[in-house]
Design a binder for this molecule. Sequence first.
Ligand SMILES: Cc1cc2nc3c(=O)[nH]c(=O)nc-3n(C[C@H](O)[C@H](O)[C@H](O)COP(=O)(O)OP(=O)(O)OC[C@H]3O[C@@H](n4cnc5c(N)ncnc54)[C@H](O)[C@@H]3O)c2cc1C
Length: 387
Amino acid sequence: MGLEARHIVVVGAGIVGAATALALVERGARVTVLERASPGSAVSGASLACLGTHMNSEIELPQLIWATQRWALWDQRFNGAFHYRRCGQIRFIDHEADIPTTERWIALERAAGLSASFLTAEQVREIEPALTGPILAASWSPDDALVNPFLSVRTLLRAAMDAGAQLRHHQSVLAIDTRGESVCGVRTADATIPADAVVVAGGPWAADLVAPLGVSLPIVPRKAQCLATVAQPPTIRGVVGACKSEQGGVHGGYTQIQQSEAGQILFNTVLEGGKSAPGAQNTIPQVDLRFVSDSIATLLRLFPGLRGTDVLRSWVRFEAVTPDDRFIAGPVGPTGLYMAAGDNGTGFLRAPVIAEIIAAALEARSGEVDPSPYDPRRFSAGRETHA
Ligand SMILES: Cc1cc2nc3c(=O)[nH]c(=O)nc-3n(C[C@H](O)[C@H](O)[C@H](O)COP(=O)(O)OP(=O)(O)OC[C@H]3O[C@@H](n4cnc5c(N)ncnc54)[C@H](O)[C@@H]3O)c2cc1C
């Protein structure tokens, strides 16, 4: 069924809402995007926005490959508007025990047609000369890319609006209305907006919005923190992260270091992950002191030449975490209600996949990507809950 003449409300103008609005309007739907603040002002604008298939998710690899191809197509279509840069990603290795894990990732990515490879410490320095710290070896994924997060959200939203979508920002959706067994619209403080379908792309706020409809989704907030130095001359060429590891902690893959086009070094190292308290996404927290010292220690260990560089700013956002680290994308609850949330901290890359899945579900057809890893029904009957 085509989407012509159907009015679809998208709640949230982060990268997922923006990509979804574009996918829907291009299929002929009449689309209204409602954003309670400014587009991209929540998690998406705070993102490091690495589009990387490497050491990411084995089960989602076909979807991730499709996502990276879609981002590259968007870059061509929008003429470099969001500063897409194919800079590659290095995952450094500190422990012998992590070499087999790294080799396994490289093998499975190569089997899927990707170009990941193993690097000695000397080879790392040819690719990333300032990385002179004491690492054992690394993996290398040359096709991983970076984009500017704000410009990405704005470019996709602008394209959706040029195709006819309406954006209403600074308008919070207070409730989703139903008639019988179907959704019939949404309410804001000063309007009731009828709709044939509602897509909730509300990030860590998504579950609370559908809860009054009796839809219970296991999405909880997780604090994500980041630091930026004052602008530096070109120092770091690509994305540098820790390899997936059997060691846990930072060696479990939770370091990300890169340099922005403006010259700032953006970096974070998280030794302790875990979920935040319910409702944490509604607070304005500061970075943890432990996080600051761990992040600086890792940065200077890898890039000793940066010693003495001033830290300029820090920020915190809340990612939306599900029990199996995968999005919840598809129909939930009453007819016409769709969920597009549960980013698990890597939703920038996945946004085009989620948009394609939602559009295909609304059209009741098979789309270009297999939606099964994100099927909301995997959480029905309490089959999986947060540990
Ligand atoms: C420091 C950091 C680094 C990251 N690095 C990467 C990375 O390298 N690669 C990667 O892929 N991902 C990364 N991520 C994760 C990525 O940024 C997120 O997964 C992604 O931006 C989530 O997008 P979203 O659209 O789902 O959520 P959001 O950007 O949070 O958008 C949801 C929107 O919904 C709006 N909203 C909520 N409730 C309502 C309501 N009731 N009415 C109206 N509007 C509402 C909010 O205001 C918000 O704008 C990182 C995140 C952080 C914080």
